[in-house]
Write a protein of this length. Structure first.
Length: 642
């Protein structure tokens, strides 16, 4: 089913609220002050049913200049705007400002509603219509239908409903319906017996009862306890619907208008926002570098400074690439529309499109920065995905999350595979999920890793490789399992070799200098002569230089299997321990247990050495202790091997 959000716009007291009352039979003014003063101060919400059965949401926005920020909050998600103009007054200052705001925020469909026609004669109404067509010439409103009504008398309302239905019928299904959920919050309150309730227009995806969502930019998690769509309980709500959500896990004080509820990990918050900034021709202001502005997008309002990246200043009608440096964190996505108002006096001067919502702090007039942002402006899905992947350079990007960040659906996978086929992206599979890494970021990570390994192996030249944990030191922001998958990738590519629990550059060989050869020879000869009368390695005679490398060489010989470490200072040859295992296995035949004394006699050695032998067979799982220290039984594992 097609879901439609209709909004109103127009000068104060031109009858927007009265028009909605005539369309729906409901009053959207809910505040006492609104009732008392007869003007809309905050957003009002209601609905009515179209002839085809669809239920359209209606947002009543304030017209007074003091409440333009509330008006801007209501525009997010509008499919159709009713531009209300009083027939007895014609176009007024806020009419023009509302028209500018709608254009800046990318609203595509309008119906011009000439209200209060009962208060003017035909000649005057004709003059007003001529003025409207003149003022809208060259804008998207130029071809908008115009309907005469009187909200007070009820005339023209049926024709207006028919026009709304006709326009709604021609609207395509929302492309964002299948994306990850995103709902800018425009109202938050506490309901007795329910707790925290928020309302907003769902821009993307679907929200269901029980869903876990994240509150941005705070990053707090919450659960959807209940949903109402147009005052009726529902199990879910989807893009294009107004909804009220009862939340668990977060309090009223944590939420404000401007926060965004969205799927976990679908928005990257930050204070620096790269944009295309455009000033209205009617702005009457020049924006210079570091100009302070009011920023509005979705339901959010915040202060920022405009850092102009490719210009020293922009005049009315001009545009530039800019970085808006916010005073608080944002919750935006690429492609979001925004408006800016001058700091003081507060008036709408322009707006634009978000290119990067969580950008690094940019320097002005940098060719590489400008080139990157211009590519983002081109908007080709392949280009956008490549650029977005580069933003995850230190972590890799989950393919689904990458698509969600750009508001794309399943088609993103096809573009990503196209980029991978062109050698611009790398794909990694982990537990059925695919991750994306730009080749330039992988090359940089590879260089850092190899440089760190070289540094380590120069410091420890007698080690066969580097502990695998070095990956976490070089790539601290990357998930450990992803880092391990990357190591396997490098091994498959022939860049690295896995040596037991260590990694080494392919073809790496330990330093086999004269000192290494001599110490190794002394150790092997001593162990061979000792047989089962195990000797202390530190008891052997070494020069000062040989003693310096002894710990490293013992570690190497143990890891490569040349020796077996029985204790901190006692070693033997693997062949002796293999023989010991065979003899002990033979001794077990037809018996339940063996003692330390029996092992001592079996190898004609000391009780201390016999215990070292049994500690070894325990360690490899061949035997285990049975009660006291001096007895062992054969394990089921070993018996099953016999």
């Amino acid at each position: 089913m097609r879901h439609v959000i209709i909004g109103t716009a127009g000068h104060i007291d031109h009858g927007k609220t009265a028009l909605i009352r005539a369309l729906t039979g409901r009053d959207t003014d809910r505040l006492k002050e609104e009732k008392k003063r007869g003007i809309t101060i905050d957003l009002g919400f209601t609905w009515f049913d179209l002839p085809g059965g669809e239920r359209a949401g209606i947002i009543d926005v304030p017209g007074h200049e003091k409440f333009i920020r509330n008006m801007a909050a209501g525009v997010a998600g509008m499919d159709l705007v009713l531009l209300v103009i009083a027939a007895d007054e014609g176009i007024m200052p806020q009419t023009r400002e509302h028209m500018d705001i709608m254009e800046l925020l990318g609203v595509q469909r309008y119906i011009i509603v000439l209200n209060k026609c009962d208060l003017a004669d035909e000649e005057w109404i004709g003059m007003v219509e001529t003025e409207i067509r003149r003022e809208t010439r060259g804008t998207i409103l130029e071809t908008a239908p115009l309907v005469r009504v009187s909200a007070a008398a009820g005339s023209g309302i049926d024709e207006l409903k028919a026009r709304i239905a006709e326009t709604a019928l021609g609207m395509p299904e929302r492309e964002s319906a299948e994306g990850k959920a995103r709902l800018p919050i425009d109202r938050v309150f506490t309901a007795a017996g329910f707790g925290t309730v928020v309302t907003g227009t769902l821009l993307e995806g679907t929200i269901r009862t029980g869903d876990l969502l994240t509150l941005y930019p705070q990053g707090a998690s919450c659960r959807v306890r209940g949903i109402q769509v147009y005052n009726q309980d529902a199990e879910s709500c989807c893009a294009g619907q107004r909804a009220a959500l009862n939340l668990a896990g977060t309090g009223r004080d944590e939420i404000r208008r401007g926060c965004v509820l969205a799927a976990p990990d679908s928005i990257r918050s930050g204070k620096n926002v790269d944009v295309r900034l455009r000033l209205l021709k009617s702005a009457g202001r020049v924006v210079k570098n570091q100009t302070r502005l009011h920023f509005h997008s979705g339901s959010a309002e915040m202060l920022c400074r405009a850092v102009l990246l490719d210009a020293d200043s922009i005049a009315p009608g001009e545009s530039c690439l800019a970085q808006l440096r916010m005073e608080t964190d944002t919750a935006l996505k690429p492609g979001d529309r925004f408006i800016v108002r001058f700091y003081s006096p507060v008036e709408t001067i322009g707006g634009g499109v978000v290119l990067e919502p969580d950008a690094p702090r940019e320097k002005r007039f940098r060719p590489e920065v400008l080139e990157r942002l211009r590519k983002r402006e081109e908007g080709a899905p392949v280009l956008l995905l490549e650029l977005q992947a580069e933003k995850h350079g230190k972590t890799m990007a989950d393919m689904e999350e990458l698509a969600s960040e750009l508001g794309m659906g399943a088609e993103a996978a096809e573009y990503i595979r196209e980029l991978a086929g062109q050698g611009r992206l790398l794909l990694f599979d982990l537990n059925g999920r695919e991750y994306v890494w730009h080749v330039r970021d992988e090359a940089a990570a590879r260089k850092s890793l190899l440089d760190r390994m070289k540094q380590y192996l120069e410091e420890y030249p007698y080690r066969p490789g580097v502990p695998a944990g070095i990956l976490n030191a070089v790539l601290p922001e990357m998930n450990k399992k992803l880092a391990s998958a990357y190591a396997e990738y490098l091994c498959r590519c022939g860049v690295l070799e896995r040596r037991g629990e260590r990694l080494a550059p392919a073809g790496y060989e330990i330093r086999k200098d004269e000192t290494y050869c001599r110490v190794r020879s002394i150790i092997l000869e001593a162990l061979a002569n000792a047989e089962y009368q195990f000797i202390r390695i530190n008891g052997l005679e070494f020069t000062k230089k040989q003693k310096e490398i002894l710990p490293e060489l013992l570690l190497l010989m143990s890891e490569t299997g040349e020796i077996v470490r029985l204790s901190e200072d006692c070693c033997t040859l693997p062949s002796y321990m293999e023989n010991a295992c065979e003899k002990i296995a033979d001794r077990f035949r037809g018996r339940e247990k063996i003692t330390v004394s029996e092992v001592r006699d079996l190898f004609d050695t000391s009780r201390k050495n016999a215990k070292l032998i049994l500690d070894y067979t325990d360690r490899i799982g061949m035997t285990r202790k049975n009660g006291g220290e001096s007895e062992r039984i054969m394990t089921a594992f070993k018996k099953s091997k016999d």
